[in-house]
Design a protein around this ligand. Structure first.
Ligand code: NAD
Ligand code: WQD
Length: 338
């Protein structure tokens, strides 16, 4: 059973490739290495014992994308991770984000249609909800106006897939991730942020290891138990496993509708200070941090209602916040020794 994983050398993609291989799938990765490294393919092989096929090209190139689908027949499903994801950068360079994230999706859907590949799992994001009116947020919550071009590309992508499925055989599972963190227990794959990280957890681990001087905590005047903002952090391996279940579901034609949407989170909200406390506990490191102003565009609190994924996919996140922070720290230590 061949599965195409776009963005498969990236953070979430690489963990998903391993889980797919360990479930018996044959994986073909397409990635242009704009935010990842070829060596990830070696590390995937070290973990699973199987080398995935790797094709390096840019999915915004229509010809290369269509040629790819000519070359590989009999692909049973596609998991589409490839996208740019830096929220701040998308505000600065909106066209770069619209071009990359939307053109690559359109090319992929064309290639799938040409080769009669029906099944796609798409990486969406809780960012489509903005600040929800009700918590925990369900899949039925209204889609709010996107604050960033990045978030807007996720909203548009969902609509592109939905509209395409109305006129051809496309079937999709749209997965709205909350905040993926942590790394594989082998410490052979993990998140590799280029430059200064935007996200909380890589910033914490880089500060603790001495790459950054101090962590700025963005705001302690939110309406939360300790004043810092709340998110639903989910271990990347739990997230990866949900993709295998989604692919199984499509291949076994268990999906009831052409488009299904699932929240992927733990259902628990943790504040920035909760995350720092967990990190200090599991790593034994004292973190240098300072409270500063809120970051523009940040929502106060968001966590997932995971009942639909729990009941329909039979999937539940298993790892605790401490598990997540320890694996993130072990990954940072492994990177230092590379
Ligand atoms: P990542 O940057 O680590 O991985 C994305 C991969 O796609 C990279 O390896 C990059 O080189 C590749 N890529 C980008 N544009 C490409 C193109 N045009 N052609 C070929 N390859 C291309 O990101 P990630 O954290 O693994 O995220 C994966 C997906 O999940 C993205 O779609 C992202 O928007 C979405 N998502 C991520 C998060 C998060 O916090 N990490 C949360 C919600 C949703
Ligand atoms: C988490 C919390 C910050 C950094 C982003 C995207 C979202 C999704 C996940 C892709 C917030 C605080 C952070 C720091 C801090 N990605 N923080 N100091 O903003 O919830 O979501 O990643 O779809 O679309 O927006 O994640 O990790 O940046 O922040 O205090 O140096 O940590 O204010 O409360 P966020 P994050």
């Amino acid at each position: 059973m061949k599965i195409l994983v776009t963005g498969g050398t990236g953070y979430i993609g690489s963990h998903t490739v391993v889980e797919l291989q360990q479930s018996g799938y044959e994986v073909i990765i397409v990635d242009n290495l704009s935010n990842s490294y070829k060596s990830v393919v070696d590390n995937i092989e070290r973990i699973s014992g199987i080398r995935p096929v790797f094709e390096k090209f840019d999915l915004t190139d229509q010809k290369k994308t269509l040629d790819f689908f000519q070359k590989y027949s009999n692909i049973k499903g596609v998991i589409h991770f490839a996208a740019f994801k830096a929220v701040g950068e998308s505000v600065q360079f909106p066209l770069k984000y619209y071009h990359n994230n939307l053109q690559s999706l359109v090319n992929l859907l064309n290639g799938m249609e040409q080769s009669k590949v029906a099944n796609i799992v798409f990486s969406s994001s809780c960012t489509v909800y903005g600040q929800p009116d009700e918590l925990p947020v369900t899949e039925q919550a209204p889609i709010k106006k996107a604050w960033s071009p990045y978030g807007h590309t996720k909203q548009i992508s969902e609509v592109i897939i939905e509209n395409t499925s109305k006129v051809n055989s496309t079937k999709a599972i749209l997965l709205r991730y909350f905040n993926p963190i942590g790394a594989h227990e082998s410490s052979l794959i993990g998140e590799l942020p280029l430059g200064v990280p935007n996200n909380l957890v890589p910033f914490i681990t880089q500060t603790a290891i001495g790459i950054r001087k101090e962590l700025s905590v963005f705001g302690n005047d939110y309406n939360t138990h300790d004043g810092t903002a709340i998110r639903d952090y989910i271990h990347v391996v739990d997230l990866a496993k949900a993709h295998v279940i989604a692919i199984d579901r499509m291949i076994n034609t268990e999906n009831k509708k052409k488009i299904e949407i699932f929240n992927l989170g733990t259902g628990n909200g943790f504040s920035v200070l909760d995350v720092i406390n967990s990190f200090e506990k599991v790593s034994g490191q004292k973190l240098n941090y300072n409270i500063v102003d809120r970051r523009p565009g940040d929502v106060e609190k968001v966590w997932a209602d995971t009942r639909f994924a729990n009941e329909v996919l039979g999937w539940k996140a298993e790892k605790t916040l401490d598990n997540m922070m320890l694996s993130a720290w072990n990954w940072e230590l492994a990177l230092k020794n590379k």
